[in-house]
Ligand binder design. Structure first.
Ligand SMILES: [Zn+2]
Length: 326
């Protein structure tokens, strides 16, 4: 994530300062108000001296996503006090439990379709988005997305995307219109550095799928005869306030799989620094042809883990597989 402009931070701090001064003037004797007021003044002072955003202990830049969420921070993650570390761990634990509640069940089926997924955060929380649900008209909605940035700020954006799409789906709009509206809301309501890639689709009981791809890894269709990538990828959601999207239509035969994943899978690296890449994904997917979707998703995540060969996981990883059952 890129840094938040200083003028924006100064504006935010000055607004907070006005609210705090007003509270003091109206006679608030709350010591917390006075503590916050001095913390805001200190942050404004750091902006003036050019030391804003630098850790007071080591002088290194404080993590940008933390600073964007809380401009009063004075220490990097490595130099938090024991008390702050405990509070952060408790927050992360809560965030991770909230996020787990947003995920679909491991295995889900709907008229003519069945879905299975694997969701593996790199840390306590993930910036990946994954959702599956049956719409009131009987179609099966499925989506995989990836929020910009890492850690807590990305997980908040993921939760926002989840809520947005859940709110838009009952309107029954066309997929490209749903993506355009979600993009507009994200653009207007988040920091300029926040955007998300998304591949989502609507599958009918007859096997017809309409897909929209907003800057995401293209979905892969896996059948007996062939394995094919579906559709080109457009711009991510939330990059510009007025963006349009294109939908593509495909029909899956019974037994065929549709694989959606985040770049945590394709960009997995082995110890020599090579990427797993789309060719290896294609090969691994071909070997899973005809498997139940839960097994196929687990098999692809296992192929990436084997390729990593014990190396550090650098990014969140999500695989969603849907299969036409009849
Ligand atoms: Zn530090």
């Amino acid at each position: 994530m890129s840094s938040v402009p200083e003028s924006l931070v100064r504006d935010q701090l000055q607004t907070r300062r006005r609210w705090l001064s007003r509270a003091v003037e109206t006679g608030a004797e709350d010591p917390e108000i006075h503590r916050l007021l001095s913390a805001v003044d200190a942050a404004l002072g750091r902006l003036d001296r050019g030391t804003f955003g630098l850790c007071k202990s080591c002088g290194d830049p404080i993590e940008q996503d933390r600073l964007a969420a809380d401009p009063l921070l004075e220490f990097c993650l490595d130099h938090l006090s024991l008390e702050e570390q405990r509070a952060l761990e408790a927050d992360m634990d809560l965030a991770s439990r909230v996020q787990a509640e947003l995920l679909p069940r491991r295995s889900l089926s709907s008229a003519g379709w069945r879905a299975g997924h694997v969701y593996e955060p790199a840390g306590p929380v993930s910036g990946d988005y994954c959702d599956v649900l049956t719409l009131p008209d009987g179609r099966f909605f499925f989506a995989v997305g990836d929020a910009s940035g890492k850690g807590v700020s990305a997980s908040l954006l993921m939760a926002q995307l989840h809520a947005l799409l859940r709110a838009l789906l009952p309107l029954g709009l066309r997929p490209e219109e749903t993506a355009a509206r979600a993009s507009h809301v994200l653009c207007e309501s988040t920091l300029p550095s926040h955007y998300a890639t998304l591949a989502c689709g609507w599958a009918s009981p007859e096997g017809d799928v309409v897909l929209v791809n907003a800057g995401h890894v293209p979905p892969l269709c896996v059948g007996k005869e062939e394995v094919r990538w579906i559709g080109a990828s457009g711009l991510p959601l939330g990059l510009f306030c007025d963006q349009s999207f294109r939908a593509v239509e495909v029909t899956l035969r019974p037994g065929e799989l549709l694989v959606l994943c985040t770049d945590g899978l394709t960009e997995t690296r082995n110890p020599s620094g090579e990427e797993f890449g789309r060719a290896r994904l294609e090969e691994a997917a071909r070997a899973l042809e005809g498997s139940p979707p839960e097994e196929a998703a687990a098999g692809l995540a296992a192929a990436a883990a084997a390729f990593r060969a014990g190396g550090r996981r650098a990014d969140d990883l999500t695989v969603l597989v849907i299969q036409r059952t009849a």
